[in-house]
Structure formats: structure tokens, C-alpha cells
Ligand binder design. Structure first.
Ligand SMILES: *Cc1c(COP(=O)(O)O)cnc(C)c1O
Length: 382
């Protein structure tokens, strides 16, 4: 059996190796290493795939969030609401720009931001909501967009984990993750569903003026070379990464479908287990399973991880510490117990290997050992 990885990037490369090698080599020969023709072509192809008017490629997903917030002209002290259960990047850029991150709890089923809690957190200073489409499934965008409209707020979707997911509104309209808000921000970090071989990211918007401004900010605030209209940043996608992404984009839907198949296999294997909650698939959002994340109730998570590691099955905790209890984000507004769902998730979650190319032998091996642990005597007497 092939060694199991959390995400098997080598196998994915091997499946399309000749295409990728060819793309890298021919990009080198153009010597247009930054913002070259490959970047323009990738931008166009991603716009077509997402059905969005503008894609602005940039250096990584964290920058995508930062540049989007800069383009909205948010001022120090403006409040930005986001989820307490997410990767740190979301809150990091809010804090870096001297905006005020306002954290709120998440929904226990989808793990995405709780819209009732958003309503409670709105003040006259609130300017934006940043929903995170966590683990591959969209937040409740219909409700979020309606709250935003009611209070005149921007919506910046963090879709780093959900590229390709589709959201269906109650009137039947279907939109891709990242194309519903003012901005969508994504990451092409290698392990993301659409990953390159280094860092990369992109911003999506349907607003032409915002697109122009965003493109300018990502490139030193210049519209014309050496004429700087705004203070910007250096955040560009390099051409070799764009060439790799152009090879992978046509496969994205297949990769996402295979991830769903893996998740359904796991769900079928674990669905009957007591003390284990399998991920829910929301009725309005498809799930592209960036992560397959279980909740363990009354099970010794560290003992399980150790047992799996002994069988050479990797497993990860996304995320062990909620944002409001991180040292860097400690704040007199927050104490332990404040976001009970987030805190419970941080204690209970475990993510299993997830790749489009996990094979049946590996899947059977993983589910067999997971169940073997549970039927042994490792349930704690909590
Ligand atoms: C990966 C990720 C980011 C940041 O992307 P980078 O490209 O690593 O900067 C932001 N938000 C979420 C939810 C992510 O998973």
C-alpha cells in the first residue's frame, strides 16, 4: 500500500506530470516571470470558471484578504466581524490594518459563522463581515447578504478552503463560492483544493471600479508604471505558478468530486458509530471537502491520534486553539467560555487524510483502524 499522506501532492503531480513539466519549462523560456502572459490567461480562465467579472491574482491568500480590505478604504477602528473558529489569517489582516476584529461563534453543524451571532455583534462602527467557507462548505450566504444589505456592510468571503463549491439561493440561483459578496479571497497554497507549487492567491469581484483599485493596490499602488496613486503592496502571482494552476484548473471539478466520494466513504463507515459526529452536508451549499473533520465525543483524541500515527495514518487538529484564546489576539473583550461552540469544536475535532486520489485500499485501511480503536477500550469515562 502506498504511504498515506494528509494530502498526497506527489500522486496528484504524477497524474499530470508531463503537462506540468511542459508548462513550467515553456514559461521559463518566455522569461516573463512576473505577471506574464500565463498570469493573464489564468486570470481569464478562472473568471470563466467562476462566472465572475474580475479575478485579481496576488501572492497568497492572506494578501488577498489584506488587499481587498485596503481597496475598501476601511479606516482604523472600523469593526469587521468574522468567525472565532478559523485559520488565523482571517483575523490577522484585520488587526494588521488596525481595524477591529469582532469575533463571533460558529454553527455547530456547518462550523461556519453563526448568522444570529453576526446580528448581535453589529454596532454603528461595523463596516464588513468576513464569512469563512470553512473546510469546503459555504457559510449561510443568503442570510449574510441580507444582513449586509440591511446594515450597509461589505462582505468579504474567505474562500481559501472552498474554491469550486456552489451555493444555491432559495430562488434557485446558483453561485460559486467567492462570487457572492463584495469580494471573494482565495489561496493557492499547495495543499488547497486548487494549489500551486509555492504561494499564490486571488481576489474576485464583480465590481469594475473595485477591481481596478484592487489590481492597483496589489501592484505598488500604480496604474501606470512609476506613477503611484495609492499606497499599495507588492503582491503578485508569478508566471510559473500561474502556468501550473492553468494545468490544474480544468481538473478542479473532478478533484472536488473525488474528495466528496472520499468523504461519503468515510461517512458510510463512521455514520453508525456512537460518540462520533460525521460532517454535515448543508442543503444550500455543495461541499468540496478541503478537510474531512469529525467531532469526537468522550473519546480520548490524543490517544486516537497516537494510535493512528502508529499505523502510519496521519490525522490533524484544525484548529486546536480558538482565535479569541490565542496569545496574539488576547483582548479584554474575550474570555474563556465566550464562544462555547468554537471552544467545544477545538476540543473535539479531528481531520482525517483527504485527497482526491486516496485509493480503496488506503480508505479501507484508515476506516478499519479508526473503528478498531473505538471498539477497543479507549472511550474515556468522562
Ligand atoms: C489558507 C488559508 C488562508 C491563507 O492563505 P495563504 O495563501 O496561506 O496566505 C486564509 N484563510 C483560510 C481560511 C485559509 O485556509
Amino acid at each position: 500500500m502506498r504511504k498515506i499522506q494528509m494530502v498526497d501532492l506527489l500522486r496528484q503531480y504524477e497524474e499530470i506530470q508531463s503537462e506540468i513539466d511542459q508548462a513550467i519549462l515553456s514559461t521559463i523560456r518566455t522569461t516573463a516571470f512576473i505577471n506574464g502572459p500565463e498570469v493573464k490567461s489564468f486570470q481569464k480562465e478562472l473568471e470563466d470558471y467562476l462566472h465572475v467579472n474580475h479575478v485579481i491574482p496576488c501572492a497568497n491568500g492572506t494578501d488577498a484578504l489584506q488587499v481587498a480590505m485596503m481597496a475598501l478604504n476601511l479606516q482604523p477602528g472600523d469593526e469587521v466581524i468574522t468567525a472565532s473558529f478559523t485559520y488565523v489569517a482571517t483575523a490577522e489582516v484585520i488587526a494588521l490594518l488596525k481595524l477591529k476584529p469582532v469575533l463571533v461563534d460558529v454553527d455547530p453543524d456547518t462550523f461556519c459563522i453563526d448568522t444570529e451571532e453576526i446580528r448581535k455583534a453589529i454596532t454603528p462602527k461595523t463596516k464588513a463581515i468576513v464569512p469563512v467557507h470553512l473546510f469546503g462548505q459555504c457559510a449561510d450566504m443568503e442570510e449574510i447578504l441580507s444582513i449586509a444589505k440591511e446594515h450597509n456592510l461589505y462582505v468579504i468571503e474567505d474562500t481559501a478552503q472552498a474554491i469550486g463549491a456552489e451555493y444555491t439561493f432559495s430562488d434557485g440561483t446558483v453561485k460559486k463560492a467567492g462570487t457572492m459578496g463584495t469580494f471573494g479571497c482565495t489561496s493557492f497554497f499547495p495543499s488547497k483544493n486548487l494549489g500551486c507549487y509555492g504561494d499564490g492567491g486571488a481576489i474576485f469581484t464583480n465590481d469594475e471600479e473595485l477591481a481596478k483599485k484592487t489590481r492597483m493596490i496589489a501592484n505598488h499602488g500604480q496604474r501606470v508604471q512609476y506613477y503611484h496613486d495609492e499606497i499599495g503592496v507588492n503582491s503578485r502571482l508569478d508566471s510559473i505558478q500561474a502556468a501550473i494552476l492553468r494545468c490544474k484548473l480544468p481538473h478542479l471539478d473532478t478533484y472536488n468530486k473525488k474528495r466528496l466520494d472520499v468523504a461519503l466513504f468515510y461517512n458510510a463507515a463512521f455514520g453508525e458509530l456512537e460518540n462520533v459526529i460525521t460532517p454535515c452536508i448543508d442543503s444550500q451549499s455543495s461541499h468540496v471537502f478541503h478537510q474531512y473533520t469529525l467531532r469526537l465525543q468522550g473519546i480520548d483524541r490524543e490517544a486516537l491520534r497516537k494510535y493512528l500515527a502508529e499505523q502510519e495514518i496521519p490525522a490533524m487538529i484544525y484548529y486546536p486553539v480558538p482565535l479569541h484564546l490565542q496569545k496574539a489576539y488576547s483582548d479584554s473583550r474575550y474570555q474563556e467560555g465566550q464562544f462555547p461552540v468554537t471552544e467545544e469544536l477545538c476540543r473535539e475535532v479531528i481531520s482525517l487524510p483527504m485527497s482526491p486520489n486516496l485509493d480503496p485500499e488506503q480508505l479501507n485501511y484508515i476506516t478499519h483502524h479508526f473503528k478498531a480503536f473505538l471498539t477497543s477500550n479507549h472511550i474515556s469515562q468522562a
